[in-house]
Design a protein around this ligand. Structure first.
Ligand SMILES: Cc1ncc(COP(=O)(O)O)c(C=O)c1O
Length: 388
């Protein structure tokens, strides 16, 4: 059993507020009854408002990767050309899933740690007008980089051949600005265990009219992840298969919290905390992977200092009760990642940065944790100023 007071700073699953934990332990209900229909509709409508869409939001039982598969198999037929804009482990995963189901996947490979360039995408799309789908990761959790999604979406919308824009919004949705309808996103997915503050187990998918039409025409094999079924059952206030009811209880509370905070305030809170964390880590002498203008507001990746090995650093942090994430794929053993999304405040991040400073000092690095906290406080106050 982990200590209840551990500071869980992985970029999902994120810490559960007490009221979410309580909701998730409520007695079971009939998933074919009216009470369940109300649960589904409230969450769906709440998320729709948070992500700027008038479209229906589908709630599926599974992890985020399941929703990635759903996005692929419901928009494509074998042999369809797909452009995968990849800049890290999760972009690679999207490309791999599309390939596994028989799409002809081509890539715009962005070096890990950088964001996609809208102008380069425009050039590529102009030279290759036959893509059916463009896959984009909004927030690349493996590198701590956020794509300029609004601009990328504008480029895809303007492309000849009118490809569908399918977005992995798993680690950004709810926490960072996102306007599904206004930006022209055709399909976006997320998951309960990120900014939505519930346990893992519910995947989220929203489809534009064009994506719904694509789901009717798609010929990739699908059964569990058939979104035509999910839509038909959602109209009755149900899901096709037995859902993770307890996670939905928690998700309802998470969504209510986000709705009552107000999305601009939520976005500002995440931005202020992220900037503070990044200033604190830099003051500790760490180098952030991403350039300032593309740094994520939900997860920060920093290079491990030369000669510092991940297992020792991780063990020392764990001993202090701070659980951070390591690198994935090409970044394994090279970076540390700190999550700051969902039920997050500056205090937990101050503690994490302070204890990281102590850990680095124990491991022989010259750091000044007090100065790092000072830098965090200054940046945090400045970041929150515009919304008061
Ligand atoms: C951007 C992104 N995509 C996809 C996933 C996969 O989600 P899951 O682990 O719930 O399958 C994650 C999880 O961390 C993610 O951050």
């Amino acid at each position: 059993m982990p200590a209840m007071d551990q500071n869980l700073r992985v970029p999902g699953p994120t810490p559960l507020p007490l009221e979410v934990r309580e909701a998730q332990s409520a007695p079971m209900i009939n998933h074919r009854g009216t009470e369940f229909g109300e649960l589904l509709r409230e969450i769906s409508a709440g998320i729709a408002g948070l992500i700027g869409t008038r479209e229906e939001v589908l709630l599926l039982t599974g992890s985020g990767t399941g929703a990635m598969e759903a996005a692929v198999v419901n928009t494509l037929s074998p042999g369809d050309r797909v452009l995968s804009v990849t800049m890290g482990a999760f972009g690679d995963r999207f490309a791999k899933i599309a390939t596994a189901f028989g799409a002809a996947v081509e890539r715009v490979e962005v070096p890990w740690g950088q964001a996609a360039d809208p102008a380069a995408l425009a050039v590529h799309l102009a030279a290759n007008p036959a893509y059916r789908v463009v896959l984009v990761t909004h927030n690349e959790t493996s590198t701590g980089v956020t794509n300029p999604l609004h601009e990328l979406a504008g480029v895809v919308r303007a492309a000849t051949g009118e490809p569908l824009l399918v977005v992995d919004g798993i680690s950004g949705l709810g926490a960072m600005p996102f306007e599904m309808d206004a930006w022209g996103i055709d399909l976006v997915i997320s998951a309960s265990q990120k900014a939505f503050m519930a346990s893992p187990g519910i995947a989220i998918a929203a489809l534009s009219r064009r994506a719904r039409d694509a789901a009717e025409a798609a010929r990739m094999p699908r059964a569990y992840w058939d979104l035509r079924e999910a839509r038909a059952w959602a109209a009755k206030g149900q899901t096709p298969w037995t859902p993770a009811v307890s996670v939905l209880f928690g998700l309802r509370v998470g969504v209510r919290r986000l709705v009552s905070e107000g999305r601009e305030r939520t976005w500002a809170r995440h931005a202020a905390i992220a900037l503070a964390v990044q200033a604190g880590l830099e003051r500790l002498g760490l180098r952030i992977v991403a350039a300032p203008e593309v740094r994520s507001h939900t997860v920060t990746a920093a290079w491990l200092p030369d000669g510092l090995d991940w297992p020792s650093f991780n063990a020392a942090m764990r001993a202090k009760g701070v659980i951070v994430a390591g690198g994935q794929g090409a970044f394994a053993g090279r970076v540390l990642r700190l999550g700051h999304m969902g039920a997050v405040g500056i205090d937990e991040l101050r503690d994490a940065v302070r204890l990281m400073g102590e850990t680095l000092a124990e491991l022989g690095r010259a750091t000044d944790a007090t100065a790092a906290l000072g830098a965090m406080d200054e940046v945090y106050r400045a970041g929150l100023a515009p919304v008061g």
